[in-house]
Write a protein that binds this ligand. Structure first.
Ligand SMILES: [Zn+2]
Length: 197
């Protein structure tokens, strides 16, 4: 009988301990659950709204892409927003997703660039540092995934001879303009791996 009482006491103490530790760790439980629910893309997984990104540089395997989101630029004055895909000069740049050419623009930073808007106008795909456009490319043109847009170059602030495609991904409201919206890290959707930062 006494042995049973000791056993019950032990069980009660252990249960109390578990309950106390659960309370202790409860504040951490909610964010951890949220993290688990956050998007964790894998290869070929669509963006929210069902967009799947294809490789925008011809012949470059997904595995070779490096995550450059957040890297310091302009001596640390701004973080890098986008993914730089290194490739030989003149390599074909292809549409990573379908849409409409909204703007062909030559800027000091981006050099020769193309802004492609998704059909629902919820995303802008930005292709920068091109050496030139594909023949006949024009604003208003509808492009499908894999259509040629231009060629890898070093225009804008890429740095002479630093040939790469800067690919940017921007979340937009349909009524926003081609230069508006919120930048999103395209790396996980291009490389099929979770971003490292
Ligand atoms: Zn870049």
């Amino acid at each position: 009988m006494r042995r049973l009482a000791i056993l019950v006491t032990i069980v009660v103490v252990v249960m109390l301990g578990l309950w106390a530790s659960a309370l202790l760790f409860l504040p951490d439980a909610a964010p951890r659950a949220e993290r688990a629910a956050a998007p964790h893309p894998v290869a070929g997984e669509p963006l929210p709204h069902g967009v799947v990104l294809a490789m925008p540089v011809k012949g470059m395997p997904r595995e070779t892409i490096q995550d450059s989101w957040g890297d310091p630029r302009d001596n640390g004055l701004r973080p890098h927003h986008g993914t730089d895909i290194m490739a030989p000069a003149g390599t074909l740049v292809l549409a990573a997703a379908p849409g409409r050419i909204e703007k062909l623009w030559n800027s000091a930073a981006g050099g020769i660039t193309a802004y492609v808007r998704s059909p629902q106008r919820k995303w802008t795909y930005y292709y920068a540092h091109l050496s030139g456009y594909a023949p006949g490319l024009h604003e208003g043109q509808v492009v499908r995934t894999g259509d040629p847009l231009g060629y890898v170059g070093d225009t804008g602030n890429a740095g002479a001879g630093n040939y790469h495609l800067h690919f940017g991904l921007t979340r937009t409201l349909p009524e926003q303009k081609w230069y508006e919206g919120r930048d999103v890290d395209p790396y996980p959707y291009l490389a099929g791996k979770a971003a490292s930062r």
